[in-house]
Design a protein around this ligand. Structure first.
Ligand SMILES: NC(=O)c1ccc[n+]([C@@H]2O[C@H](COP(=O)([O-])OP(=O)(O)OC[C@H]3O[C@@H](n4cnc5c(N)ncnc54)[C@H](O)[C@@H]3O)[C@@H](O)[C@H]2O)c1
Length: 386
């Protein structure tokens, strides 16, 4: 027995759905969500939500998060928030892809099984390419291989199955490009040579980032709650300084702070500590770094240059997007290199508009969604582009 319920923007319903389909603001296409699909397969126990925020630029690409949410309401909120974020990330990365995200409700270590993943793959397939899935928290390349047995609309598969593999390699490379651009804007040179850079979280992305920084001649300070992660960095880069925790890192007289662990890393206390320590650049891999609206202004008011998270960490999505065309590492790396130029462009726009870089990034993403989706008013004779 399988249930699927699709709610679409063309027929908004009252109540909970009014939150999903917010009215458009300033003509920004897809400011509310286009479609939210509730998937339930009783036999395998699958409960999933696929949220398509916008297909203004193309099929909605975004990963599948497998997480033990406390309530279904919480899962819905997460799917809505994350899918919106993907629209902005994909737009600024210059991809012909919209924004979507899915959540599977459950404990990935206990509940995940082949039937459930394949059931999920069939729901993805039922959307006929409006949504393309990939890895996220709780899902891995091996899971994408299983999902791919039921749908062609999946990326982030293993290299032996034609996939791009570990996306953290290009994520770290992209963050490094964003940091070089930040250095260019702040000190006039696109290098971290001689600067003190603190990396909070040296997991998949953070440890690759440390490698780029060391090669560039930076003085690197790291912290991580997981001892094995710290030991791996120490073994590869013996000169890296290690501090006990993030509080100690913030006081380590950093020039650059790179949050590479969890979301919400930039709260009021952290920004105050960065200001007191004289840190003038924040550029890291973590998603959703700004803990609440207003932090971006506080950073700017304190003279701290913030490289927007979803811009500088887009190397991973650039990688999985490239896989859709048949993965070519050099082509994907070239695209990720452009994060340098886009970061500089955002800083320039922020200065000329008198707004923080986070606002300038949102505006540029919205501009691209608006302008490119408007091209659809030029009718094509074939079905090449609808
Ligand atoms: N992997 C990617 O391709 C990718 C792409 C875009 C964004 N991101 C974001 O980058 C961040 C890191 O991703 P990842 O793939 O490296 O994850 P990961 O789980 O491999 O690494 C995160 C590291 O942070 C550490 N950590 C957790 N809490 C900490 C704390 N309070 N203080 C210090 N360290 C702490 C963990 O022990 C772990 O080693 C996440 O926010 C993720 O959403 C990752």
């Amino acid at each position: 027995m399988t249930d699927v319920q699709t709610v679409s923007a063309t027929h908004p319903a009252p109540g909970v759905l009014s939150r999903i389909f917010r009215t458009e603001q300033d003509g920004v296409p897809g400011d509310g969500h286009e479609q939210v699909v509730l998937c339930h397969d009783r036999a395998s126990g699958l409960k999933a939500i696929i949220a398509i925020h916008s297909t203004a630029l193309g099929p909605a690409l975004g990963g599948t998060r497998f997480f033990q949410y406390a309530t279904e309401e919480e899962a819905l909120e997460d799917a809505l928030r994350l899918s919106r974020g993907m629209s902005y990330k994909n737009a600024l990365a210059g991809l012909d892809l919209g924004g979507g995200k899915a959540v599977i409700i459950g404990d990935p270590n206990k509940d995940k099984n082949e039937a459930m993943l394949r059931a999920y793959g069939r729901f993805v397939q039922s959307l006929r390419g409006r949504y393309i899935t990939a890895c996220d928290v709780g899902t891995y390349v091996q899971d994408m291989d299983v999902i791919a047995r039921e749908t062609e609309f999946v990326t982030g598969r293993s290299p032996e199955n034609g996939g791009a593999g570990d996306s953290s390699i290009l994520t770290a490379f992209g963050v490094f490009q964003g940091m070089r651009a930040s250095a260019q804007a702040r000190w006039g040179q696109p290098t971290l040579r001689g600067k003190r850079v603190g990396v909070a979280g040296v997991g998949k992305v953070g440890h690759y980032l440390v490698g780029h920084l060391v090669a560039d001649g930076a003085v690197v300070v790291v912290t991580d709650v997981f001892e094995a992660a710290v030991n791996r960095v120490r073994a590869a880069h013996p000169d890296v300084e290690v501090v006990a925790d993030t509080a100690a890192l913030l006081q380590a007289k950093l020039d650059v702070y790179a949050p590479c662990a969890l979301g919400g890393a930039l709260d009021d206390d952290t920004v105050a500590a960065l200001g007191e320590a004289g840190t003038t650049i924040v550029c890291g891999a973590a998603n959703n770094q700004l803990a609440h609206p207003g932090v971006e202004k506080d950073l700017a008011d304190r003279g701290i240059l913030y490289a927007p998270d979803y811009l500088v960490n887009s190397g991973g999505v650039i990688q999985v997007a490239d896989e859709i065309e048949g993965f070519n590492f050099e082509r994907a790396k070239n695209k990720a290199t452009k994060i340098f130029d886009t970061t500089l462009e955002i800083f320039t726009r922020a200065a000329s508009d008198g707004v923080p870089p986070a606002v300038a990034a949102d505006r540029l993403a919205e501009k691209r969604m608006r302008e490119i989706s408007a091209l659809r008013t030029i009718l094509l004779p074939s079905a090449r582009r609808s």
